[in-house]
Ligand binder design. Structure first.
Ligand code: URA
Length: 434
């Protein structure tokens, strides 16, 4: 077997065998295949696609390139949740405690943010003292203490994906549904849970801009999960405007805490209760996702989910005082409003531009080695459908650097579209694929 043959075959639209894909991923992992041949095959895949069997085989090979976390010491069905990412997406910080408070075991690995979408690990690092790197033993012990734990992905999980993704990023080969599905699912399958709830976002602030593309990705990931023997469900959810009101790391942790205390924005509360309902059902603690959602509502209103959040943060070394009192977070040095220039209704808030604004403020990374300012960000005062008058505050922005603040305000102003008529509301959940 050699790479030239594989590249030629895929370039000609032929199907690669499981053995050929294993050869490819082994060669990527042990550096025996040079980057130029890997890139050529990735480009041929982008043009010719992979069929379902090829996608399953690629995922399996990527999964086998590293370790699979052994969660067998933990009780019950372990349920993972993954979001394809968006602007203001702090759902993991809310959904995991909701599900864990209802008896579901959640042992989750998460990533850092890149581009306009934030990462759960960055958000957790905004909590003073919180440890995102735990050994496997510490990870299991943390779940045993509080029913849940969230840590950063270890280097041993699907290492082939790390190499492939770095090449895809610089060869314009990210946007292929099979490559994306294999990348995400190899990491999820390696994380060791038996059930996976996927939140596939669509809209201007998402990786997949259209509902059609998000459905295609969600359906393929569900098939991969099922093929691997995991209970898998995908919710196709809206990311055309930022989720909730807060964008930026410590601001989003505060909003997650407010939500778990019953004072969160309606959209984030509704989405999190639905996602938690699916996790509770997948974990065998409810007969239906609807019953799971009711259980999550009770865990929210009784305060049980917020108590679970506190136990989880404490078990991972975090200062729990900031969860009830956000003044304990490091505060940005400067803040200023973005002001409406006309009367009307908010007809659109371009989520990707709000993501860019938060990057300008210092809350997000442009490249993966950038450092970020955990206190920077913005809070939306208006959401789509709200009436506005000229001079109203659309959002309040915070940053340490006044120049960054200026840039953020300009970008935020351009993200808001004010129209004469109130727009029709978009559904929060477009579809459930299982
Ligand atoms: N997220 C991933 O983890 N992989 C992709 O390919 C795209 C998004």
């Amino acid at each position: 077997m050699n790479m030239v043959e594989l590249i030629q075959k895929k370039k000609d639209g032929e199907t690669l065998t499981r053995e050929e894909l294993v050869f490819f991923i082994r060669g990527v992992s042990d550096d025996t295949i040079p980057d130029y041949q890997t890139s050529a095959l990735l480009m041929a895949i982008c043009f010719q696609g992979l069929d379902k069997e090829e996608t399953f085989a690629l995922t399996d090979a990527m999964l086998a390139s590293g370790d699979v976390i052994d969660l067998s010491a933990l009780p019950g069905v372990k349920v993972d949740k993954h979001s394809t990412g968006g602007v203001g997406d702090k759902t993991s910080l809310i959904v995991a405690p909701l599900a864990a408070a209802c008896g579901v075991t959640v042992a989750k690995m998460s990533g850092r943010g890149l581009g306009f979408s934030g990462g759960t690990i960055d958000k957790l690092e905004a909590i003073p003292g919180f440890r995102v790197q735990l050994s496997e033993e510490e990870f299991i012990a943390a779940v045993q203490t509080s029913g849940m734990a969230i840590i950063g992905q270890t280097a041993d999980v699907a290492p082939a994906d790390k190499k492939l993704y770095a090449l895809r990023d610089v060869t314009a080969t990210v946007d292929n549904v099979s490559l994306i599905s294999a990348s995400i699912m190899s990491k999820k399958l390696a994380s060791g849970s038996q059930a996976i709830v996927l939140d596939v976002k669509c809209g201007s602030g998402a990786f997949m801009k259209t509902e059609k593309a998000a459905r295609e990705l969600g359906a393929l990931m569900v098939e991969i999960g099922k093929n691997a023997g995991k209970t898998t469900v995908a919710l196709i959810t809206d990311m055309d405007q930022p989720l909730g009101r807060a964008v930026g790391n410590s601001l989003e942790v505060s909003e997650a805490c407010e939500t778990l205390q019953g004072n969160g924005p309606a959209d984030i509360q509704e989405l999190c209760l639905s996602l938690a309902g699916h996790m509770i059902f997948a974990g065998g603690k409810a007969q239906t996702p609807e019953e799971g959602k009711k259980m999550a509502e009770e865990a929210l209103s009784s305060g049980a989910a917020f108590e679970t959040l506190k136990r989880f943060v404490k078990a991972q070394g975090g200062d729990i005082s900031v969860l009830s009192d956000p003044s304990g977070f490091k505060q940005a040095l400067h803040s200023a409003p973005c002001i409406a220039k006309s009367d009307g209704y908010v007809s659109q808030i371009e989520a990707d531009r709000i993501g860019l604004a938060s990057q300008h403020l210092g809350a997000g990374r442009k490249t993966k080695d950038d450092s970020i300012d955990l206190s920077a960000g913005l809070v939306l005062e208006k959401k789509v459908g709200d009436p506005v008058k000229k001079g109203d505050t659309l959002a309040v922005l915070s940053a340490d650097d006044p120049e960054k603040l200026k840039l953020g305000i300009q970008e935020t102003g351009e993200a808001f579209v004010i129209g004469e008529n109130r727009p029709e509301p978009r559904p929060l959940i477009h579809a459930v694929l299982s």
